[in-house]
Design a protein around this ligand. Structure first.
Ligand SMILES: *Cc1c(COP(=O)(O)O)cnc(C)c1O
Length: 622
């Protein structure tokens, strides 16, 4: 039975900032526990229980149970005293922690009772099927063809990125391996041409030589050959640091990672990308691949994927081909806000009407621009995409995922360990042979599967949750913009970094008249201290935020325009080499409601005032 609901109420999907929905939570969790126990009881009822009433009344049993109880007292105390109050509707504007979907928590918890291991179908048929389904749903969300695309859950975005680079490395090396094993298929091609073959061409040759597949793979980069020939892995300055780890582990090495400057919107500068690729080509250095980011980790900005794709297609005509991986670990789920109930990407000029129909935004939202729209749209044209359910999917950790445009690409990385897997068996029978990891939780698949059933990956489902998050972020952005605080006769102003492309807001405080960048950096660092565990405490903290540094080693001079706009000189930037910014990943699903936000605005304004007073009083005493 297909259950359809067109007016999802987000308030029914979370435990609630004061646990308002605890009755529903307990009802469903208890039902799942009862049914699990019933399942145990009804299996071979002629077998009598192994733990007898006599066992249960023995002294050692009871002592042990009390021991367990006291351990739980300790656990609870630790969790209550050392956790972030991210559940709050409007006081937590910090790191990417947030309320997660209640159905996903229940599904995860319930599924741990079955202890499924999705490494092999044999060990967990039910949750393996769920993972297969979820992988296809995510591939479809990215716009991949339903019968071609593929995806799976992995531990996190770092692993998904590592896997993306693994795909790129092995694929890119296949033509060199074909030249050694089946040279007739690449006759007359120079090494430069071999290293610039498109993924499509490579897959077509592989299709023609199924019986040589194993031998070709044995000659590919996995053998340790060709690694230094594959060329550069190009990332934007805003990259997640997992890319450095990936280049390190995959063996192409950090020297082959090239970073491209970002523009004033903190999106990769595509002109500089083109110039860099041409400069490399002029020296016959190939490009292994280019990474674009959908939702940069520190700024939430959206790279121009459409322009990266256009550049690839343009350069392909000149014999230069690069693989594209989109790192949408953070923002991938947001593609749902553009997808209709038939999985079609909605036309730009129809969006407002659709958003109104499904209540995606409560007021007219200024968020969307054609740039952002086109970037999301073009994701369907890249080889692989990282998309983390545990980020904007609002699923409990640990749930990352990767999607693959053409499932034939799996042949470039697959392994067959015969003791677990039967070669030739169908996916998902041998998931572990096609992915980086081995044993993996069936519970995660159950959580993601349930969330996708409750909230379909389209504008009516996840799209609505994304809308709530974005609208809340824009309320916070407007709250901060041009706001002033008055402390000890001084005026402190708030400056957002950019108009957000998504739901993350970076901002700084600066004292009016201050032209010393070091002083501003210290103020923001101190503010972070008081608005976090560092100095401000957790549970009794009235406003929490996060922070980051944009420093020259990562960002080059890209932050300079922002720094100058605040009145600092270039000399100050050259001296300080970094700007410290505060950062809010606005994931609360509640503050899209302007009334709720306004209630909290008064409280967080007062909390910020108090923190600034504490900081300035400390300065005076120092
Ligand atoms: C969070 C993030 C990652 C890494 O994901 P983890 O799940 O933390 O390993 C990679 N890339 C981007 C853009 C991210 O935001």
């Amino acid at each position: 039975m297909k259950i359809e609901i067109t007016d999802i109420n987000l308030k029914a999907l979370f435990l609630g900032d004061k646990g308002e929905n605890v009755d529903i939570f307990k009802e469903l969790l208890l039902k799942m526990i009862d049914e699990h126990v019933g399942w145990r009881q009804n299996y071979q009822p002629q077998d009598t229980p192994v733990i007898s009433p006599f066992d249960k009344s023995s002294e050692s049993f009871n002592n042990t149970v009390d021991h367990v109880r006291s351990v739980f007292n300790e656990l609870s105390s630790k969790l209550r005293s050392k956790s972030l109050p991210w559940h709050t509707a409007g006081r937590f504007w910090g790191h990417m922690n947030s309320e997660t979907l209640m159905p996903a928590i229940i599904a995860y918890t319930a599924a741990t009772l079955w202890n499924g291991n999705n490494v092999a179908y044999e060990s967990s048929p039910g949750t393996s099927e769920m993972e297969e389904e979820v992988g296809h749903e995510l591939a479809t969300l990215m716009g991949y063809q339903e019968d071609k695309g593929w995806g799976h859950i992995c531990a996190d975005g770092s692993i998904a990125n590592l896997e993306g680079l693994w795909y790129a490395r092995n694929l890119k090396s296949l033509p060199l391996a074909i030249k050694e094993v089946a040279p007739e298929h690449v006759e007359g091609k120079s090494e430069w041409q071999l290293l610039n073959m498109s993924t499509k061409e490579i897959l077509e040759i592989m299709d023609k030589i199924p019986d040589k597949l194993d031998e070709v793979k044995a000659h590919s980069a996995r053998s340790g050959r060709h690694l230094q020939k594959l060329g550069k892995w190009i990332i934007p300055q805003t990259k997640h640091y997992s890319w450095l780890k990936a280049a390190d582990i995959i063996g192409i090495g950090l020297d082959n990672v090239v970073s491209i400057d970002v523009d004033h919107n903190y999106r990769m500068d595509i002109d500089k990308l083109e110039a860099k690729i041409r400069e490399l080509a002029a020296q016959e250095i190939p490009v292994l691949g280019v990474v674009g980011v959908i939702g940069t980790t520190e700024e939430g900005q959206i790279d121009r994927v459409d322009k990266i794709v256009n550049l690839r297609d343009k350069l392909a005509k000149e014999g230069i081909y690069f693989y594209i991986h989109i790192d949408a670990a953070y923002g991938g789920y947001a593609r749902a806000i553009f997808i209709d109930e038939n999985n079609e990407f909605i036309d730009y000029d129809k969006l407002d009407k659709v958003y109104k129909k499904y209540g995606v935004f409560q007021e007219k939202n200024e968020w969307l621009t054609e740039d952002i729209y086109n970037s999301f749209k073009a994701m369907s044209q890249v080889e692989t995409i990282t998309v983390d359910p545990h980020k904007m999917g609002y699923i409990p950790y640990s749930a990352g995922a990767i999607t693959v445009k053409d499932s034939r690409m799996r042949d470039a990385i697959s392994y067959f360990a015969t003791y677990v897997f039967e070669k030739g068996a169908d996916i998902p029978a041998l998931l572990g042979a096609y992915i980086l990891e081995g044993s993996k939780a069936g519970a995660t698949a159950a959580a993601v599967w349930t969330a996708h059933k409750v909230l379909p990956l389209n504008v009516m489902g996840y799209g609505k949750l994304m809308g709530a998050s974005i609208e809340g972020a824009f309320h916070f952005y407007h709250f901060l913009k041009d706001r002033e605080f008055h402390v000890n006769g001084k005026t402190i102003k708030v400056y957002p970094l950019t108009k957000p492309d998504f739901n993350m807001i970076d901002y700084v405080f600066n004292e009016v008249g201050n032209t010393d960048l070091g002083v501003m950096n210290k103020l923001n660092h101190d503010f972070f201290g008081h608005a976090s565990y560092a100095k401000g405490g957790l549970y009794y903290n009235e406003f929490l935020t996060s922070h980051t540094d944009f420093a020259v080693p990562d960002y080059g001079n890209s932050p300079l325009p922002f720094v100058k706009s605040l009145g600092f000189s270039e000399e100050e930037w050259a001296r300080e080499q970094k700007v410290t910014v505060l950062r809010a990943s606005a994931m609360s699903p509640y503050v899209n409601d302007k009334e709720v936000f306004d209630e909290y605005a008064v409280k967080i304004e007062a909390a910020i005032q108090t923190k600034l007073e504490t900081i300035y009083n400390d300065y005076q005493q120092a």
